[in-house]
Design a protein around this ligand. Structure first.
Ligand code: FAD
Length: 332
């Protein structure tokens, strides 16, 4: 005979296992106990529930790193905002055997300017950037980008560093990090190391981060006061992941472009700067002809992703149009 739902929960509570973090909450457990003698509850399908896992919560960084070292070899994962991991677990697309919750770890929620960089801790939520977190132009750039990420409830919980660790090619923060050459700081019991964004992103949802490493902080270089920027993306519905996006930053000195960065996300397996487009801008006047040349160069340089609904040619067109618009926005 199969155990009843309540018996199964009692077993999980007594041995610390958890295969459904929502019904595991004590308040809900009490509610289910009070219903025990009422009419039978409808049978719940297990098809959309997470596979069994053990849950841990850490309070300090050393405790986190020690626990991560212990669980990483047995498919242990960090739980940050849970906005990507938990849906994937509910569909059993991810089946980690251990979850280490870092939401109570002190000190990981800092945003600070350090040595010319904006340091963003592992628990800084996307929504923090709805306000300019610095008076440097980077604060306005982040403010311009953040509304494009999902919907507000997801932005209130999901983290900046979680997006980078996830490395979805269509992540806005991954595009920002790649374009601005961010420095990513990883900690493990083996020590601390810094990784350049260009080396961090290694392919479709693949990074240089090791299973026992926590991404503790991402450092974005502050921009010079005369930096202008434009950010454009395209998705079928507001809040959806983008099919393509471009971030352009420019410095114009004495009527010509002295510095340019063009970063493209969503179009290829990982976000990156497009050197060919940047070369087309340097030492040129910031006009339509120059911008069209850069947009054409960006479109020609990429190796577009293709899927059932979007052809490679369509994505290439998107890169051309979005790069042109981002450049025009930068000088508007
Ligand atoms: P989690 O879900 O907790 O973790 C994600 C992965 O990263 C896990 O493997 C976890 O172990 C690992 N991880 C997390 N933090 C760390 C860390 N500090 N060190 C090491 N590993 C870590 N994102 C976008 O960028 N653009 C969108 O348009 C967008 N749309 C969305 C729409 C929906 C409906 C949903 C549900 C999500 C969407 N997201 C989007 C994803 C969202 O931004 C997530 O918040 C983000 O991808 C992951 O951050 P998180 O803190 O929620 O990470």
């Amino acid at each position: 005979m199969f155990p009843t739902r309540d018996t199964a929960l009692d077993q999980q509570l007594s041995n610390g296992d958890c295969n459904d973090i929502f019904t595991f909450a004590p308040a809900q457990r009490n509610a289910s106990v009070s219903l025990r003698f009422e009419k039978p509850r409808p049978k719940v399908s297990s098809d959309v529930k997470p596979a069994p896992f053990k849950y841990y919560s850490a309070q300090t960084l050393p405790e986190t790193l020690a626990r991560l070292a212990e669980i990483a070899p047995d498919d242990g994962r960090i739980l940050a905002g849970g906005q990507s991991l938990l849906p994937a677990m509910a569909f059993r697309m991810a089946r980690p055997r251990h979850l280490l919750d870092i939401n109570r770890v002190a000190g990981l929620d800092r945003i600070a300017e350090v040595d010319g960089k904006l340091a963003i801790g592992a628990l800084v939520r996307h929504a923090a950037f709805h306000h300019a977190v610095t008076s440097n132009p980077l604060g306005r750039l982040m403010q311009a980008v953040v509304p494009h990420i999902a919907h507000y409830p997801i932005r209130a919980r999901g983290t900046f560093c979680g997006s980078l660790a996830m490395a979805d090619p269509a992540s806005e923060w991954c595009c920002v990090a790649a374009t601005l050459d961010a420095e990513l700081v990883a900690h493990s019991i083996r020590g601390q190391r810094s990784i350049e964004a260009g080396a961090f992103f290694q392919g479709f949802m693949s990074t240089d981060l090791q299973p026992d490493e926590l991404l503790t902080e991402v450092r974005l270089p502050l921009l010079t006061e005369d930096t202008r920027f434009g950010f454009q993306e395209f998705s079928r519905r507001r809040g959806d992941y983008a099919m393509s996006m471009t971030l352009a930053t420019l410095r114009v000195v004495d009527g010509s472009i002295a510095e340019a960065r063009i970063g493209v996300g969503g179009a290829e397996g990982c976000p990156r700067r497009i050197a060919e487009a940047e070369a087309a801008l340097l030492d040129q006047p910031p006009n339509l002809e120059t911008f069209q040349a850069a947009a054409n160069a960006a479109a020609a340089a990429i190796d577009p992703l293709e899927d059932a609904s979007t052809s490679a040619d369509y994505r290439r067109d998107l890169v051309q149009v979005l790069t042109l618009r981002a450049l025009q926005q930068a000088v508007a």
